[in-house]
Ligand binder design. Structure first.
Ligand code: PLP
Length: 485
């Protein structure tokens, strides 16, 4: 049985630069001067800024150690459910740094930016093919903005047909950003509960769908990591009453090459390039959340749109029904380059394989973990699985305690207390890029943690113990943030 990584004992503390060094110490050696000394001009005299006095080695070690405090996908397993923290091939970064891309000014005329425009036009085509949708805008800069774009599109489409509606149906297994995006567009979210299998039941949708409702926002696969098997029937119910179907496709990494969303009755869907298509993310971006639509919504897509006219790719504002601009220039172009490079290097078969492996890894993990963690929906999952702390409650050990303890074993904690439909949720997404040995190590760490919950619960309540800082008072941190260090 593989063992979790042991702490190394080389976990160094790091003072501020001002607390290090000695007066007069410098990081450079100047050659002896060969001109007479002269006093500084009055403008520059005085004490000057309080720079720390450090040697070159002191500076190098300081910043190198700080860089090692960071935990990322390149450091270890990061099974943060719903976030798809997978390995991002470094070649994609390199491509974005090609001078022709990196030094490109967004206001250059079309004749000088053909390569970039072509890349975006082709990326739109690839994403349309992957989702089986008709048209795409790459402009939204994140999933949540893609959702807002989708809501605006539905609103504009219904408006163009003089249809006024004020509600949107949102299942309890939707991503948390969905109701916020709908509300931002002026719609009132109407909650519908998922059934006992963790997916939506058509009858439940039927009961709330009416002619004041603009449509449904359905996360598929949903936040329980389950595929909404009734999507086609649900889409029919929505369409029969004149509504539109929005699919939150941020979890496309589970179904690439397997499910053609456009064929399941979806009118508009967003993707998260920074999750599925390999752009490093976390800590706030940058990302890209393209919206993909069926033909009837295409006239409303954000402008500028990329068109091919007289053999030249161009940006066009000439779409009178468009909802307008959502981002400066064309969106986060660097993220688009990475997605384009990723898709081309993987190819259709590669993308399909990535999804299959993501699903395989999650199901393997689920089967292993369910022997000591409570699995509320015990059925095949997609790319992630959701557990709860129910088995540990007698010991008064919570999801938070276990998540903190996992850090002592060198793992980033999973997503916790989300989705809300599961009390004390632990949402784990291993991704396709983790090896079997690494997943086994994670399982073993979790096995130890749940054993500790029984045998030495106080150890968990005080966790983490082997990290630089111990358990933080999160309430105090939120109420009185101290950002000065
Ligand atoms: C991550 C995620 C979002 C939000 O995406 P951001 O880029 O963080 O705004 C929306 N829906 C689902 C299902 C997600 O997993």
């Amino acid at each position: 049985m593989s063992k979790p990584l042991a702490p190394t004992g080389l976990n160094l503390d790091e003072p501020l630069l001002w607390e290090m060094g000695n007066p007069g110490r410098t990081a450079f050696s100047m050659p002896r001067h060969d001109v007479p000394s002269a006093p500084l001009h009055d403008d520059f005299a005085g004490d000057g800024p309080d720079f720390p006095d450090l040697s070159e080695m002191g500076v190098i070690r300081h910043y190198t150690r700080l860089s090692q405090w960071n935990f990322g996908v390149d450091t270890g397993m990061y099974p943060l459910g719903s976030c798809t923290m997978k390995y991002n091939p470094k070649i994609n970064e390199k491509v974005t740094q090609l001078r022709g891309f990196a030094a490109l000014h967004p206001m250059l005329p079309a004749v000088m930016t053909q390569g970039a425009l072509q890349l975006m036009a082709e990326l739109e085509r690839f994403l349309a093919e992957i989702t089986a949708m008709d048209a795409v805008s790459l402009q939204p800069s994140a999933g949540a903005q893609g959702e807002l774009a989708g809501m605006l599109l539905i609103h504009a489409y219904l408006g163009s047909r003089n249809i006024k509606r004020n509600k949107i149906i949102i299942p309890d297994t939707a991503h948390g950003t969905n109701p916020a995006s709908a509300a931002l567009c002026g719609y009132r979210p109407v909650r519908v509960a998922s059934g006992e299998k963790g997916i939506l039941i058509p009858d439940a949708v039927s009961r709330v769908m009416d002619e004041d409702t603009a449509g449904i926002m359905i996360t598929n696969p949903n936040t329980l990591g389950l595929f909404e098997e009734n999507i086609k029937e649900i889409a029919r119910i929505i369409h029969d009453k004149g509504g539109q179907v929005y699919c939150d496709g941020a979890n496309m990494n589970a179904v690439m090459g397997m499910v053609h969303m456009g064929n399941s009755g979806v009118d508009v869907l967003h993707l998260n390039l920074h999750k599925t298509f390999s752009a490093p993310h976390g800590g706030g971006g940058p990302g890209a959340g393209p919206v993909c639509v069926a033909n009837h919504l295409a006239p409303f897509l954000p402008t500028p749109r990329i068109i091919l006219k007289d053999g030249l790719y161009q940006l066009s504002e000439d779409f009178p029904q468009s909802v307008g601009r959502l981002h400066s220039f064309v969106g986060n172009f660097g993220v688009m380059i990475k997605a384009y490079a990723y898709i081309l290097s993987m190819g259709a078969e590669g993308l399909k394989k990535a999804s299959q492996l993501a699903v395989l890894n999650a199901n393997y993990l689920k089967e292993k973990l369910k022997t000591f963690l409570h699995l509320p929906y015990d059925r095949p999952c997609m790319h992630e699985c959701v557990f709860s702390d129910k088995f540990q409650r007698d010991q008064k050990i919570t999801t938070l305690d276990m998540a903190k303890r996992l850090m002592d074993f060198g793992f980033h904690p999973p997503t916790i207390y989300f989705p809300l439909v599961v009390d004390g949720a632990i949402m784990i997404e291993p991704t396709e890029t983790e090896s079997l040995e690494e997943i086994d190590r994670f399982v073993e760490a979790f096995r130890i943690v749940t054993r500790e919950a029984l045998e030495s619960p106080d150890l968990l309540r005080g966790a983490p113990k082997r990290c630089r800082v111990e358990r933080l008072d999160e309430t105090l941190a939120a109420r009185r943030p101290c950002l000065m260090g």
